[in-house]
Design a protein around this ligand. Structure first.
Ligand code: FAD
Length: 442
């Protein structure tokens, strides 16, 4: 892939030894930003194989491989230089700047885990998480576009697409076509599998009927991953996933929602009225859609947790810079007052705790360990922290935090979605409690 970002990283990708090889040679894992070339913990090539890391010295979970550190630096700069200056205007216009979407593709940020063979960057899950976090520091709307596209849509096609589907869609997803993940409906939100959308089989494919609601990226997307029930007699075991292209007859965007937050991110109602889908565009197997949705949302939650962690850090930085540099009251910078400093310290500690949960969940997923409870805890806690810290950011900045001149109030509005999409906070609590009960029941 010819993105500036991937070009810079490629030597690091190809020259290093694996962690296991390094451990076998008695070389300790280097600290962050070491000059020793290092293969990252998980690559797309080994994404499904649990890795034996038992002989590797423990390292802090937020330490990054060289390539992940490069990713952080590069995306952080892109977010600050390119995304941040557009954030306020895009929010006011409730529109994603198309030029920015093009730049996300050029930077390789829309095909992070797609293998190089299919035109992507061939990087690991943590790299995607890092990109989502760094983008959210500047604009959570841009972050969720990248999140849904990479962690839900690209991953689903990579995991369950036939070779034909992968060859047809992955190069487009990596280079120029945005994707949407279409599960929720007017009748099915938390109870996602109570969906009403139906698919029927024909001689040459399928016909899809129904509506989807609250679908992220749908104004910009060219490819839609749609869940519908192919055999309602089997209940949720009839749910099947399909790929629908923009422009297919009978498929339309019925309404674009006006929202409280992440307003630059499009959220739409979609209608499917006798939409013909070619038989090759089934994703994976008939009746496996519910399993795919559960699996992908378990991973996706780590992405939303990263979005919320980045948002919290962005809100914190935005406010403390003002308090420590700009605003004086009673003859002192307001950030000099201990009553303020204790709050800054408390908030930063909570962000660090959320970040640790996010990285732990991501690393467990990459290591092939069970990460479901960790992902739910990360999403639950990170969205709580994002709400708290962005709310405090408004208060710390006083009147300047409340007006729409700066970004403090926007971070606060944007934070609310963390407790709603990809499973509400109650649904995360249900998951955590269910797994704990299983663990602690005799
Ligand atoms: C901006 C935005 C973007 C979105 N993007 C997408 C997308 O790209 N693709 C997609 O498919 N969907 C998307 N969604 C939908 C989102 O996933 C749902 O809104 C979410 O799952 C909650 O469903 P609901 O809105 O129907 O709420 P409901 O399910 O009606 O929940 C309402 C309240 O009831 C509580 N509740 C429900 N069931 C239980 C229970 N069993 N125990 C305890 N409490 C419960 C909930 O926690 C919540 O507080 C998006 C939503 C929004 C707002």
């Amino acid at each position: 892939m010819s993105s500036s970002f991937t070009r810079a990283l490629r030597p690091a990708l190809s020259s290093g030894r694996t962690l296991a090889q390094r451990a076998a040679a008695g070389i300790a894992r280097p600290a962050m930003r070491s000059s020793i070339p290092l293969r990252h913990l998980s690559t797309t090539a080994i994404r499904h194989s649990p890795i034996d890391i038992s002989d590797i010295p423990p390292t802090p979970i937020t330490h990054l491989s060289e390539i992940e550190a490069a990713m952080t630096e590069s995306v952080s700069k892109f977010a600050a230089d390119v995304v941040l200056p557009k954030a306020r205007d895009m929010d006011e216009a409730e529109t994603m700047d198309p030029a920015l979407v093009e730049q996300l593709f050029e930077q390789g940020l829309m095909g992070i885990e797609i293998p190089e063979d299919y035109g992507g960057a061939g990087m690991n899950f943590t790299s995607a998480i890092i990109a989502i976090e760094e983008l959210a520091r500047a604009d959570p709307s841009v972050s969720v576009m990248v999140d849904v596209h990479n962690t839900l849509c690209n991953t689903a096609i990579l995991k369950w697409g036939s070779e034909h589907v992968k060859r047809t869609y992955l190069p487009r997803l990596a280079t120029d076509t945005v994707a949407s993940f279409c599960l929720s409906e007017p009748v099915s939100g938390s109870d996602a599998f109570a969906m009403a959308a139906r698919a029927t089989e024909t001689a040459d494919g399928f016909v899809l009927n129904g509506s989807k609601m609250w679908i992220t990226n749908s104004m910009e997307a060219g490819i839609f991953l749609v869940f519908a029930n192919l055999d309602p007699s089997k209940g949720y075991k009839g749910i099947t996933a399909f790929i629908v292209e923009k422009g297919t007859e009978g498929f339309s965007i019925a309404k674009k929602e006006k929202k409280l937050g992440i307003r630059a991110s499009s959220t739409c109602v979609l209608n499917f009225d006798d939409v013909h889908i070619p038989k090759e565009n089934i994703l994976g197997e008939r009746g496996q859609g519910y399993k795919y949705a559960i699996s992908i949302l378990n991973e996706g939650r780590i992405g939303i947790a990263a979005q919320m962690t980045g948002l919290a850090l962005g809100a914190w930085e935005n406010a403390v810079k003002y308090c420590w540099n700009d605003r004086k009251q009673f003859g002192s910078l307001i950030g000099e007052f201990q009553g303020m400093q204790h709050q800054f310290a408390q908030a930063y500690t909570e962000i660090a705790a959320a970040r640790a949960l996010v990285f732990n969940a991501a690393r467990k997923k990459e290591a092939g360990e069970d990460f479901i409870k960790d992902a739910a805890m990360a999403k639950l806690y990170a969205s709580q922290v994002a709400g708290r810290v962005s709310g405090l950011g408004v208060e710390w900045m006083g009147g300047m935090g409340f007006v729409r001149e700066g970004l403090a109030e926007k971070y606060f509005r944007d934070s609310k979605i963390g407790a709603i999409y990809e499973g509400t906070s109650n649904i995360q609590l249900n998951t955590i409690a269910k797994l704990l009960q299983k663990e602690y029941t005799n």
